[in-house]
Ligand binder design. Sequence first.
Ligand SMILES: O=C(O)CCC(=O)C(=O)O
Ligand SMILES: [Fe+2]
Length: 316
Amino acid sequence: MQSLPLISVAGLNSEDPAVRAETARQLGVACREIGFFYAVDHGIPAEVMAGAFANAKRVFELPLETKQDMSIKKSPHNRGYVAMADEKLNPEAGADMKEAFNIGTDFPADHPDVLAGKPFRGVNFWPPIDGWREAMLGYFDGCLNLGRLIHKGFAIDLGLPEDFFVSHLDSPIATLRMLRYPASAGQIDREDGGAGAHTDYGNVTLLATDKVAGLQVLTRQGQWIDAPHVEGAFVCNIGDCLMRWSNDTYVSTPHRVRPPEQERYSIAFFLEVNPDSIVDPRDVVPSEAPKYEPITCAEYLAARLNATYEHRVEPS
Ligand SMILES: O=C(O)CCC(=O)C(=O)O
Ligand SMILES: [Fe+2]
């Protein structure tokens, strides 16, 4: 049985170009073959990760009414609370047995982009919990920096200038999503009852998991394999936007969450690029005939989210 590769991403920070190149090579193999890898030596302290899980738990413990006051249905910018069974990541399979809470890049209400109503430039909902905002924004920033570092590796592996993605990542669309799956093994007979089989939409996802099993990844050979918890590691995967940008050089791979034996928490950080960045395969793989037209990151993401959430589609 295949397993996901483990990569020490600290090598991308090395002063030695040979170490950076070797780390990027490992990353490139993973992104071309399975589209998933574990990132270790990533620099986010264990206590920061533990704190994020403690805070995620607190938000789900709030009364339902308080959570519904922060409903994602009230945000055009993909922020807030998603109630149990309100989402279908695989619309053909049925509702996901999970609840979620999203925060995005934090903008003040008077930021020019917010006032102008730019897509994905909105304010966050903040749960009424002391210290929550500061702790989660600290974790968000840690993930963002890790995502930038991993993009340096992508650039090296793809034969681009090391800083190719830097200008695309100065104010990116990014979503930190806390997830809670109730114990539901034996109650739902769908293998993907926690989260329906899907690919992620953005460039890269950095997922922190607790010790409860559930995540599975589809190999190129069509086999579902477990992606077990690895202490201190992020499960990272390529999203559809980077697959498109790289002209399918990197693959976004279907994954799902089985109904867990025990209550399960995970925290996903979905990183795209700046809303106005042009995602054009000609820029990333100039030697190949492009399979996709150029599109802005915001346009691409909006189209994908509109297909997932009924509430985002304007009633006709
Ligand atoms: O909870 C997990 O382990 C995976 C969640 C996931 O794939 C997603 O939210 O996109
Ligand atoms: Fe996912």
